[in-house]
Design a protein around this ligand. Structure first.
Ligand code: C2E
Ligand code: MG
Ligand code: MG
Length: 583
């Protein structure tokens, strides 16, 4: 028999003599044998609370059967070899016991076999344990993240439906939490600090999440958790908000205080069958929304998702729109309030997509600005307006100035001034036939660039207008320095003017301010006679709005120009005065 440290032996035996006999069998087996003898079911159950190396059970116990003893052992979850010993064990009973999980079945007449049987049973147990440990190590490698010590995305996906199925009280939620700017932190403080942050955030999340939550780490500072909350939706939001506040409390990593900026997106899990990808997508959409709003968390909302999907398809379709020639222009007349005649127009971009239908500028301009596509689209607008002005001129219609909207992104394009010059030159137009409208907020985001570039264009003779005036935060000192000719009062003030004394006061003040700076002032969004009356009273120079005309296609503008020509063409751009080049 093999010498062992100490063998813990549990005997199930009712006969004291037989127990002594068995114990003697083990005397030389190990240096020390710790044994206990039990003969009742209760005693056995109590003994199973402890760890044993081997259980040797008599098959003929008067109180309960050996098969039951084996089952009780298996139910206890312990992996302990079980050897049955019998005075006269039949072959069949022995086979049944071994099939049921017994390591061996030995006749009392042949106890010499006990030692080798225990040896091989212990060997088999050790093999099982080693395999189990290897499996666990593999599982850790496959399903756990080394840095955070948390389950990874793969484990999370596998466990999620089980977790949802397991139910429990409270509404289930899935939450994505991202630690923003980790790559930037890694670049300044090093990889180890980032690992430290991830570990600390993981630990804090584990403490802060409700009991029973399942938390995982997907890498790159992104955590995903599912949890149940008993609170109403509003309270749940407040709970998450407080969690996020506590998560943002600075961390001490490698003797440094580190501030992080965690952002969470949460969605409700309505049923256990929802694909994890859908849930993750929703939580991530909410997270993106929170990020956009500069907030620490947002709950998913279907409308927001619809809006995001639409934005995504708009951006996709926008890419080929110029090549597909899906853009067109509408022209909206501007009226001189002193004479009541058309004095200019604003070109407004229209996009008609085969799949999306007509998409209003409010929905696509910002996306084109984000992607940079506005540079090419904007250049097309300028060229198309110049070409159209040439066509009208060639048809002997008065040459009215047309305003084009320009985004700040276009101003940053080094070729912008060239595009404008070239378009004017190609259509053989005086520079004063073109007006550029820039929103107040656009000019204020990059004032110095705007001033330099606009001064060049102004010197050429191009008219520069501040659009949507009153909505941004222009400082008066900048306004004085800007090479502009016109202020266009934002529509919102005009709409409110009739009922709201403050809006009236603002409009009046802007008109006075513009005049004192020798600027022309235009009111946009004039829809009612009352607007017009008031604007006339305060000496506003020009107005544009549905009261006069909606933005019209080219065909709608020609008759208006013809009518104007019939009266006189005093409002046309005087070509001579602007020194039209080699017409
Ligand atoms: P915006 O430059 O302030 O243009 C005025 C907007 O008000 C136009 O909307 C016009 O159709 C609308 N409008 C005119 N009169 C009235 C009125 O009496 N009542 C109301 N409720 N609305 C009126 P639109 O065409 O949808 O354009 C929206 C915005 O999109 C424009 O605002 C402009 O910022 C931008 N946009 C349009 N075309 C272009 C373009 O070619 N390039 C750039 N960068 N932006 C453009
Ligand atoms: Mg405009
Ligand atoms: Mg405007």
């Amino acid at each position: 028999m093999k010498a062992q440290e100490a063998l813990r032996l549990l005997l199930l035996e009712d006969s004291a003599d037989d127990a002594a006999l068995l114990q003697r069998q083990f005397a030389g087996y190990a240096r020390r044998v710790v044994s206990a003898v039990e003969s009742t079911r209760d005693g056995y159950l109590a003994a199973l609370e402890q760890d044993w190396d081997v259980i040797v059970a008599d098959c003929m116990l008067p109180q309960f059967g050996v098969a039951e003893a084996l089952t009780l052992l298996q139910r206890s979850g312990r992996d302990c070899p079980f050897i049955a010993v019998s005075g006269a064990v039949g072959e069949e009973a022995a086979v049944a016991l071994m099939r049921g999980g017994a390591a061996d079945c030995i006749s009392k007449a042949n106890l010499a076999r006990l030692g080798p049987a225990v040896d091989s049973a212990l060997q088999a147990r050790d093999n099982r344990r080693a395999r189990h440990a290897a499996e666990q190590a593999l599982e850790r490698m496959a399903f756990y993240d080394e840095v955070s010590g948390l389950p990874n995305q793969r484990y999370f996906s596998r466990e999620l439906s089980r977790w949802v199925d397991a139910g429990g009280a409270g509404a289930a939620h899935l939450m994505c939490v991202g630690v923003e700017r980790l790559p930037a932190i890694a670049a300044t403080l090093g990889r180890q600090s980032v690992d430290g942050i991830v570990r600390e955030v993981a630990a804090r999340l584990q403490r802060l999440l409700p009991c029973g939550a399942l938390l995982s780490y997907s890498g790159c500072g992104d955590f995903v958790a599912v949890f149940r909350s008993h609170a109403t939706a509003d309270h749940a939001a407040a709970e998450v908000q407080s969690l996020m506040r506590r998560l943002a409390v600075p961390y001490e990593i490698r003797q440094r205080e580190i501030f992080i900026n965690p952002v969470a997106g949460i969605c409700a899990i309505d049923n256990a069958d929802e694909p994890i990808d859908d849930l993750l997508r929703r939580a991530m959409a909410a997270q993106g929304q929170a990020r956009e709003r500069g907030e620490s968390m947002a709950f998913f909302d279907h409308q927001v998702e619809q809006a995001m999907l639409r934005r995504l398809s708009i951006s996709q379709r926008l890419r080929g729109a110029l090549q597909r020639q899906d853009f067109s222009l509408r022209y909206q007349p501007k009226v001189n309030l002193a004479t009541g005649r058309i004095c200019g127009m604003e070109a407004l971009l229209r996009w008609n997509d085969k799949e999306l239908g007509a998409v209003p500028p409010d929905q696509f301009i910002a996306l084109a600005e984000e992607s940079g596509g506005i540079v090419d689209v904007g250049a097309w607008v300028i060229r198309e307006v110049c070409r159209q002005l040439r066509r009208w001129r060639d048809a002997d219609l008065p040459l009215l100035r047309v305003a084009v909207n320009v985004s700040v992104r276009q101003l940053r394009d080094p070729l912008f001034a060239t595009t404008v010059r070239q378009a004017l030159h190609d259509a053989q137009l005086p520079a004063a036939a073109l007006e550029l409208e820039l929103t107040e907020s656009d000019i204020m985001t990059d004032t110095e660039t705007a001033i330099a570039l606009l001064a060049d264009l102004r010197a050429l003779g191009v008219i520069i207008t501040v659009d949507d005036f009153g909505t941004g935060y222009s400082s008066l000192s900048y306004l004085k320095r800007l090479p502009i000719s016109t202020l266009k009062i934002d529509r919102s003030f005009i709409v409110d003017m009739v009922d709201d004394a403050d809006s009236r006061a603002i409009v009046e003040a802007v008109v006075a301010l513009a005049h004192s700076l020798r600027l022309t002032v235009v009111a946009e969004g004039v829809e009612e006679q009352a607007h017009l009356t008031f604007l006339r009273d305060i000496d506003c120079d020009e107005a544009q709005g549905y009261l006069f005309s909606r933005p019209l296609p080219v065909e709608g503008i020609a008759p208006l120009l013809a009518a104007l020509a019939a009266v006189d063409d005093a409002y046309a751009v005087p070509e001579a005065e602007f020194g039209i080049e080699s017409v």
